[in-house]
Design a binder for this molecule. Structure first.
Ligand code: T4K
Length: 370
């Protein structure tokens, strides 16, 4: 069983080109390309409505949004975060001269284990930076209670969590600030892009200033960055919004098909939908317990690749295992047993709105036959 062309872990959704051309024509006519343009303003407004959030500030990418979110709240010293994420999470701390302190994750969601946060707090801790990894919500209640007790800020890296809600509330409203990524590989894409979500107008203004070099009325109030989203990106976002419900529905159908096909395979497990949560099916991670499954995750990865199925080991290695971070005390081997196991077992299977049923069946059969 080998597919004709390589099946990648994801493929961006692209709307019909002629619909995009209409936006491009308007941009060409107006000659307004960036700096809070018409489409930028429209997208901020429409996203607030779609996502159920109060204020949103668009960015050129999610990493700049993270870096600016930390600057917005003047975070410094040490920040508690997860090692099980894309490296941009911890990099945003490094860029702000903040020391990341890694805390283990829980096996049910792969998110930071809220019960282990308190032990990592020191007099230098100023914030918690959890990640709603693969779009699964963190235990916000517990995290917020700890933050309140110790006077810490909470910034959520929600790069994977576009459109996810819990008990009919957007999880982007968790914490003080949340960030999104609109990268090509995400559920909702603007080629590259990102955003910060905040709850009051004053903070929104500060973020908008910081993403525009720190300018306020001709004065510069802080060493801000150029984080602005341009009009081509924003118009792509407006167009994506027209299709987003169908995109998420197709992803759900694929996730359901995987779950039906992969349930009850010894040594292979996955996360089911969480009660009360509206998921976005941004990734489909499975765990391979080599002793029970018969081959290791890496052997399975190679086997699938031979059949042209290119999964991804998100997130392997852990951020704390990269050279840049492995010298930190919190990164030492043995300190985060759950994360250290999951990073060796995880494999993300292809999932994207156009993925054909027959391909999903091929993948399921490959996983069934060892
Ligand atoms: N926080 C978290 C938790 C994140 O996951 C990320 C980004 C960030 C923060 C930072 O947000 P951004 O600054 O990126 O907005 C990818 C993405 O580049 C990255 O955005 C993403 N997380 C990360 C999880 O995945 P790679 O190195 O795996 O990307 P790449 O190029 O190997 O692409 C993955 C697959 O997607 C390929 O197999 C093919 C497909 N693909 C990719 C691109 C770029 C396409 O089909 N078309 C494309 O245009 O990092």
């Amino acid at each position: 069983m080998k597919t004709e062309k390589p099946i990648l872990v994801t493929q961006p959704f692209l709307p019909p080109l002629d619909e995009f051309n209409e936006y491009l024509k308007e941009i060409w006519d107006n000659k307004w390309l960036t700096n809070d343009g018409k489409f930028h303003q429209m997208l901020e407004k429409e996203l607030c409505g779609y996502l159920g959030v109060k204020y949103i500030s668009l960015f050129a990418n999610g990493t700049l949004a993270l870096i600016t979110a930390l600057q917005t709240l003047n975070i410094m010293g040490e920040v508690i975060t997860t090692p099980f994420s894309f490296v941009a999470t911890a990099h945003s701390l490094w860029w702000n001269n903040i020391k990341p302190v890694f805390v283990d994750i829980e096996s049910g969601t792969f998110n930071i284990d809220a019960d282990k946060i308190e032990a990592a707090i020191t007099p230098k801790t100023t914030a918690i930076l959890p990640v709603n990894v693969f779009g699964n919500p963190c235990d916000d209640k517990k995290i917020q209670a700890i933050a309140d007790k110790y006077g810490l800020k909470v910034i959520y890296d929600s790069a994977h969590a576009f459109g996810v809600s819990q008990n009919n509330q957007s999880i982007l409203n968790f914490g003080d600030l949340s960030i999104l990524s609109f990268h090509a590989t995400k559920v909702f894409n603007t080629f590259e892009g990102g955003a910060i979500i905040c709850k009051d107008e004053k903070t929104k203004k500060r973020i908008d200033n910081l993403k525009n070099f720190g300018y306020v009325d001709g004065n510069v109030i802080a060493p801000g960055i150029n984080g602005k989203m341009n009009e081509v990106q924003a118009s792509m976002g407006l167009l994506q919004l027209k299709y987003i419900d169908g995109i998420i529905l197709n992803r759900k159908k694929i996730a359901d098909k995987y779950r039906d096909g992969l349930r009850n395979i010894t040594g292979l497990s996955f996360i089911d939908d969480i009660k009360g949560v509206k998921h976005n099916y941004s990734y489909f991670p499975i765990l391979i317990n080599a002793a029970e499954y018969g081959i290791t995750r890496d052997e399975l990865f190679e086997k699938l690749a031979k059949s042209n199925i290119i999964g991804r080991r998100y997130f392997y290695p852990l951020i704390s295992q990269f050279s840049t971070y492995k010298g930190l005390e919190s990164a030492q081997p043995g300190r985060m047993p759950v994360a250290e196991r999951i990073t060796e077992e995880v494999l993300c299977l292809p999932i994207y709105p156009d993925l054909e049923d027959e391909i999903v069946e091929i993948i399921i059969n490959l996983l069934k036959t060892k």
